[in-house]
Design a protein around this ligand. Structure first.
Ligand code: 0A1
Ligand code: ZN
Length: 879
């Protein structure tokens, strides 16, 4: 915590480390009242560094320094200085060992950075700068060393002692204590260091790699979670095989371990050979996890595993390069998920997240390029931009190069940079070198923030049979960046004839073998394309499969959207047409009297969808979801949330009333039965029946109520049980809501992950999550301020998903959030800073809302001793 203004760190000021560390020898003595850390570093001057002798500067945070040794001799206190989070030793030789002994207090570590305790176990989180909370060290990713780690603890309380690499020694000590020593043969930055000590059960499996090596796979969890490991373990094996087959990446150590911990700031962490997971992102059973949770677990297990190459073997030179590992790894995990399930649905989910939340980030005060040029607190840059937009940028490279050349680029990147800490430019260079494709202009995607806007217009020259499409690109200003250069945008499209057929795309009159889908290279501020040999004006299908992370404006008529909804051969664009139509209808009703007519063709289109059993049911399930309130806010210039909410509710009610019988038929048709399966078909079927149920309960339908109650009681899986609970909670049936919520809690009160679901169902509901009810949730015995998942499931869900309650015109929602941020800032600044996000968007809202949001931000700004994390977000938002 600090009161003085935090410093800004600039990419342009990067210099190589003055000293390199070849070897780290760690000894941890773990006790109940603290831990003593003995570190011995083998250090040498960096030959690439300055000629002049430099002082040795090590980073540290919240450490009590007990001793410093140089080449084995204890240094007198005047031989070093300890100030402002640094240990400085002025006179050091070219090569030497430095011993440092520190005392830390994991049991009081509420920030969950460095070494801390969660449910009685010791665990670590070192990315990005947590290692400095363990010992003094050059805490930067371009210092890569081999680690040897000895852990000593009480044997009965902490029978399991884990660290990176392979166990090389273990034994008994005095007083009922024991030790295990681990050695990691791969040089790594300290952010990949991990340690776990606890009373955990071990689940074992194995995997034989493509070259025939046998890998020991282990999961460590608290005994009560022993039955919730199978799915993650199977996901891991699928990911290992997939990475061999698709990226040619084989696992390198003999052991791969996964540990589940309840208190964790993020989803999971890719520590070398010892991945640590937030329990909610790894533990699952049919009774306790929804389909969405299973899919999330599969994706995150894969993501962390894939980091073993994209992140660990080849790591980042500095934290400005974060998207080097995150964008690439999210791209890899997305392609894995596409291969494991329905590719179109996965693409729709990713595009929805991007368009709803990343576009908002890119248009807000924290907007930054995927390779930022500066930051105050790096934890604030684990963003949707770095991760999801970063992945879209890699996907564009993949599409520009094609699968074979991309694979060659990837192979070259890993081979060229194995064991190194590199930059995003090294990645692009490898792609360019392997393929010969010029990515010069494309590199702007790494430098320029903001979502490009494509404005498309067209005309048809009937006499010549030429359809002309003109695309203008504009990239909005973002903080610190104006007058941006045009970017290289791959723009996939198709043209449809009146009968729904795909038309040949002839870019010249003599094109002999025209394709029916093309990717146009947009490079100029304005570009026109002519399509020859057409007999009628086609309907354009633009930005197919979301070929670039951009906004597209085209004056589609409702007629055209309805047409694309039922004819576009690209599943993604069928869905997109439906979304655009629904957005258009809802937007046209905002601020209108309730007597205003609702587009009658919308009902017909949804009826058609509900009864279309020929179309991929997973796609149908997605197409039935109306655009979210958050997305409607993102699309507005000056959002009035209650008005948006009201208009959307009107459409939903109107559809549900008109389609009541079709919804019941859809529910019956998707009744399920048989064993619970996680196939795309079974998932789609559950999604359809739960959507039907939600819509029926939205209009307080009596038959729907019966179905929901019986589904709630009889469900054999959490997707259906939670689907019924959510429908009841969001209905007007007050008694059923209370009864179901009580029964649910009673049944699952000893399972933290399910209790988190129970909290979030209420916090996200405009019926059960008004502010007084949110206060009651915070006072509930299961709520725990020290557990980030609990905070997220109530506070973040309320502010991010319960928009009408959060944007109460009296400002109470904003003040509530500001109060929780101030409260959390002292104990867990990372989580506090993330909670601020909804308030940072204050300029997006109509002035009566926006001004109150701004005032709430000012209330946070004025708190005494703000953390660097919250300081950065609040000050940038108010600038
Ligand atoms: N690298 C991890 C996520 C992660 C990021 C930051 C953290 O602390 C600030 C912790 C974990 C991943 O991408 O999965
Ligand atoms: Zn990651």
């Amino acid at each position: 915590m600090r009161t003085n203004q935090p410093q800004t760190i600039y990419l342009s000021e990067y210099t190589v480390p003055a000293y390199l560390v070849d070897h780290v020898d760690l000894r941890f003595e773990l006790f109940e009242d603290g831990a003593r850390v003995h570190s011995t570093l083998t250090i040498r001057r960096n030959p690439q560094g300055s000629e002049l002798a430099q002082p040795l500067v090590l980073d540290g945070d919240s450490l009590t320094l007990e001793a410093v040794h140089l080449n084995g001799d204890e240094l007198a206190p005047d031989a070093y200085e300890e100030h402002d989070g640094q240990l400085v030793v002025a006179n050091v030789p070219e090569a030497f060992t430095l011993g440092v002994v520190t005392w830390i207090e994991p049991q009081n570590n509420t920030r969950l950075e460095g070494l801390y305790k969660s449910s009685g176990m010791f665990c670590t989180q070192c990315e990005a700068e947590g290692f400095r909370c363990i010992t003094y060290y050059p805490d930067r990713p371009d210092v890569m060393a081999r680690f040897r780690t000895r852990i000593e603890a009480d044997r009965s309380a902490y029978p399991v002692l884990l660290s990176n690499g392979n166990p090389v020694e273990q034994g008994a000590l005095e007083d009922g204590r024991h030790f295990v020593t681990w050695e990691d043969p791969f040089p790594k930055p300290c952010y990949l260091f991990a340690l776990v000590a606890g009373d955990l059960v071990e689940k074992r499996d194995s995997f034989t790699t493509v070259s025939g090596r046998n890998i020991d796979l282990r999961m460590y969890v608290e005994p009560r979670n022993a039955e919730k490991c199978d799915f993650a373990m199977d996901s891991l094996k699928r990911a290992m095989r997939w990475d061999e087959e698709v990226f040619g990446r084989e696992y390198d150590l003999d052991i791969f371990m996964i540990v589940a911990v309840d208190d964790f700031n993020m989803g999971a962490m890719e520590n070398k050979g010892l991945n640590i997971f937030n329990s909610s992102c790894v533990l699952a059973s049919q009774d306790t996890a929804t389909d969405a949770a299973f899919q999330r677990i599969e994706a995150i297990v894969a993501h962390e595993y894939f980091h073993n190459w994209s992140g660990n073997r080849v790591t980042c030179r500095d934290w400005f390069q974060l998207s080097l590992k995150e964008g690439f790894t999210v791209f890899r995990d997305a392609r894995f998920s596409e291969d494991m399930g329905s590719p179109t649905v996965k693409r729709i989910e990713d595009a929805t997240l991007l368009r709803t939340a990343q576009f908002a980030e890119d248009a807000g005060p924290m907007a930054h390029p995927i390779r930022p040029a500066s930051y105050m607190e790096i934890s604030n840059f684990y963003t949707l931009t770095i991760y999801e937009k970063g992945a879209e940028v890699v996907r564009m490279i993949y599409n520009l190069l094609g699968p074979a050349a991309f694979r060659e680029g990837s192979d070259l990147y890993f081979q060229r940079h194995d064991g190194q800490a590199v930059t995003t430019d090294d990645f692009v260079q490898a792609m360019e070198d392997a393929s010969g494709v010029d990515l010069g202009q494309f590199r702007l995607w790494y430098e320029q923030a903001g979502t490009p806007v494509l404005t498309v217009s067209d005309d048809f020259d009937e006499a010549r049979g030429i359809y002309r499409l003109t695309v203008e690109q504009a990239i909005p200003d973002t903080p610190g960046q104006t007058d941006k250069k045009p970017q290289h945008i791959p723009f996939a499209l198709g043209l449809l004839g009146a009968g729904g057929e795909s038309l040949p795309l002839r870019l010249s009159a003599d094109d002999e073998a025209p394709q029916t889908e093309r990717v146009l290279d947009l490079r100029e501020p304005t570009q026109s394309f002519e399509f020859h040999g057409l007999s009628e004006k086609p309907v354009p299908s633009l930005l197919r499969h979301f070929s670039a992370p951009v906004r597209v404006n085209y004056p589609w008529t409702r007629e055209q959207l309805l047409f694309l909804m039922s004819h576009d051969p690209d599943g993604f664009n069928r869905w997109d047409a439906g979304q655009r139509l629904a957005v258009d209808v809802i937007q046209s009703l905002i601020g209108q009297p309730d007597s205003a007519e609702i587009e009658p063709r919308l009902v017909d289109a949804y009826r058609h969808l509900l009864n279309d059993t020929d179309l991929d049911q997973a796609l149908v399930a997605k197409m039935l979801q109306l655009p979210s309130e958050a997305y409607l806010v993102e699309l507005s210039e000056s959002a009035d949330v209650p008005a948006i909410h009201h208009a959307r509710e009107r459409v939903l009610n109107h559809l549900a009333v008109a389609l009541r019988d079709d919804l019941l038929a859809c529910y019956e048709r998707n009744q399920g039965g048989g064993d619970y399966q996680l196939t795309p078909t079974a998932i789609a079927s559950r999604s359809l029946r739960n959507t039907a149920l939600a819509w029926l309960l939205h209009i307080d339908d009596e038959r729907g109520r019966e179905l929901a109650n019986s589904q709630f009681e009889q469900a054999d899986n959490m997707t259906d049980r939670l689907g019924a609970l959510r429908a009841l909670v969001n209905s007007g049936f007050d008694e059923d809501r209370t009864r179901a919520l009580d029964a649910f809690y009673e049944r699952f009160s000893d399972d933290p992950q399910v209790v988190e679901l129970w909290f979030s169902v209420q916090a996200s509901s405009s019926k059960a999550g008004q502010l007084p009810q949110i206060h009651r949730l915070l006072e509930h015995p299961a709520f725990d301020w020290k557990n980030p998942n609990k905070v997220r499931s109530v506070v973040a869900v309320f502010a991010g998903q319960n928009l009408p309650a959060f944007h109460n015109p009296d400002g109470s929602g904003y003040n509530f959030l500001a109060e929780q941020v101030r409260r959390l800032d002292d104990s867990n600044p990372q989580i506090a800073a993330r909670l601020v996000t909804p308030l940072t968007r204050w300029r997006k809202f109509a002035p009566t809302y926006g001004q109150q949001m701004k005032a709430a931000l000012e209330g946070i700004r004025d708190k005494q001793s703000l953390s660097r994390d919250v300081y950065e977000v609040v000050h940038k938002s108010l600038a």
